[in-house]
Write a protein that binds this ligand. Structure first.
Ligand SMILES: Cc1cc2nc3c(=O)[nH]c(=O)nc-3n(C[C@H](O)[C@H](O)[C@H](O)COP(=O)(O)OP(=O)(O)OC[C@H]3O[C@@H](n4cnc5c(N)ncnc54)[C@H](O)[C@@H]3O)c2cc1C
Length: 385
């Protein structure tokens, strides 16, 4: 194993760190209050190439390795989580279906627009009746000549309200469902019958919207099937492959946030004086800092290894991605709890970012598969061997 990254990527990481410190962190609280990222900041994110990190160079992206990509997410996640989420659907779940299984025509039509950030993508799998049990979706697509007609309702779709392109999963053969009866479609904004419903009110992750998408007799051309005719019925596999990669991104976001919380806690412990000395001198506080640092260190090795395996073996990393997501997100939850404890009452106040990290991080144990589902995936992979 060699986690060395090319010089070019190292420079990119440095510029992302500067961007986070100079442009994103100063407006973090404003974004939280207004629940939106200013347009000029999104434009700066485009100029840095952040929307195309994982899109191959031949289609206008930066074509970073998985390892370099998770490192960029780590840096970006040192501030308000919504900034990473803004680019995450273009790099991850919203584009990877096309990158992995799309036809050449689909790649040429969509990837350059997603890589530049001109378009935003979203991934529409979850439904009110089908979350963890994704194979239980009820949205249907019925063939009608050279079109498909989609009917159904998706919910909790990240970036759904701003998406120009949705990857939509629908049942095309109710007898087969996940085994050859679910198909992935590319649906463009403005297609008649496709609309955005409720924008959900959430516990955290303000600045990033999660929405309901509605499909009412939505007709899409037959070439909207990801991968074309040969991939009709294969959409569930596309979804699972896409999530394998997406889970590494979620793990990285949890890791970056945990690292920042450790640094905030260390600095606070050095300057907060009680009983006549900095609280960093108390063993109870030192032990928490040591525990946080150790857990972060372990999580980072695990995530980098899973990313490295994906880059170097070309084999699926289903089990490793699930382990990395499970470990990094559960670890970050524990770290956030300790960070809040070290900050005492101030940790609970909106004045400091700790309470926001605490709320935002809670989501990482739920989306792109809950911790329970990651355990099921890990056990299934283990028992296959
Ligand atoms: C902010 C946010 C953004 C999201 N973004 C997207 C998106 O962009 N696209 C998208 O498609 N989805 C998205 N989701 C949906 C997300 O992936 C689901 O919420 C998640 O998969 C869990 O499904 P559920 O909410 O229906 O919970 P449920 O499946 O109802 O689970 C409830 C509880 O039961 C447990 N459980 C369920 N089945 C089992 C089992 N077999 N064994 C043990 N425990 C089990 C779960 O772990 C959980 O603890 C998002 C969700 C949120 C909250």
């Amino acid at each position: 194993m060699d986690f060395t990254i090319p010089e070019e990527t190292r420079l990119m990481l440095q510029s992302v760190r500067r961007f986070v410190e100079n442009e994103l962190e100063p407006i973090s609280r404003q974004v939280e209050e207004e629940d939106r990222i200013p347009d000029e900041v999104v434009q700066s994110m485009r100029e840095l190439g952040l929307f195309g990190l994982a899109i191959p160079r031949e289609y206008g992206g930066l074509g970073l390795s998985t390892l370099a990509e998770v490192m960029v997410y780590e840096e970006l996640s040192r501030t308000n989580a919504c900034f990473r989420t803004r680019i995450a659907t273009n790099n991850g779940i919203g584009s990877q279906g096309i990158v992995l299984d799309g036809t050449e025509e689909q790649k040429r039509r969509y990837l350059p627009r997603l890589a530049s950030g001109e378009w935003t993508a979203c991934f529409a799998l979850s439904e009110p009746e089908a979350g963890s049990d994704a194979a239980g979706i009820r949205t249907t697509a019925v063939r009608d000549g050279d079109h498909w007609v989609i009917n159904g309702r998706k919910h909790f779709i990240t970036n759904g309200d701003i998406a120009d392109l949705a990857t939509v999963f629908a049942v095309t053969d109710p007898q087969k469902r996940a085994r050859g009866g679910i198909t992935a479609f590319l649906v463009e904004r403005g297609t008649p019958g496709f609309s955005v419903g409720t924008v959900e009110r959430k516990m955290g992750m303000r600045g990033s919207h999660t929405c309901e998408l509605i499909f009412e007799d939505c007709r899409v051309p037959a070439d909207s099937v990801i991968g074309g005719e040969a991939m009709v019925g294969q959409g569930f596999k596309t979804a699972m492959k896409t999530l394998d990669k997406g889970r590494l991104g979620v793990a990285a976001s949890a890791l970056g946030a945990a690292q920042r919380l450790l640094e905030l806690s260390r600095d606070y412990a050095r300057q907060r004086v009680q009983f006549g000395r900095p609280i960093a001198e108390f063993q109870a506080i030192r032990f928490m800092l040591a525990e946080m640092a150790t857990q972060i260190y372990a999580a980072r090795q695990m995530l980098y290894h899973a990313a490295w395996l994906r880059d170097h073996t070309g084999r699926p990393v289903t089990g490793q991605a699930a382990m990395a997501k499970l470990f990094c997100t559960e670890m970050a939850g524990r770290v956030a709890d300790m960070a809040l404890q070290i900050h005492g009452g101030m940790g609970y106040m909106k004045e400091l970012p700790v309470e926001r990290f605490y709320r935002d991080l809670r989501l990482t144990r739920i989306y792109e598969g809950t911790s329970e589902i990651q355990r099921l995936v890990i056990a299934r992979e283990l028992l296959k061997e």
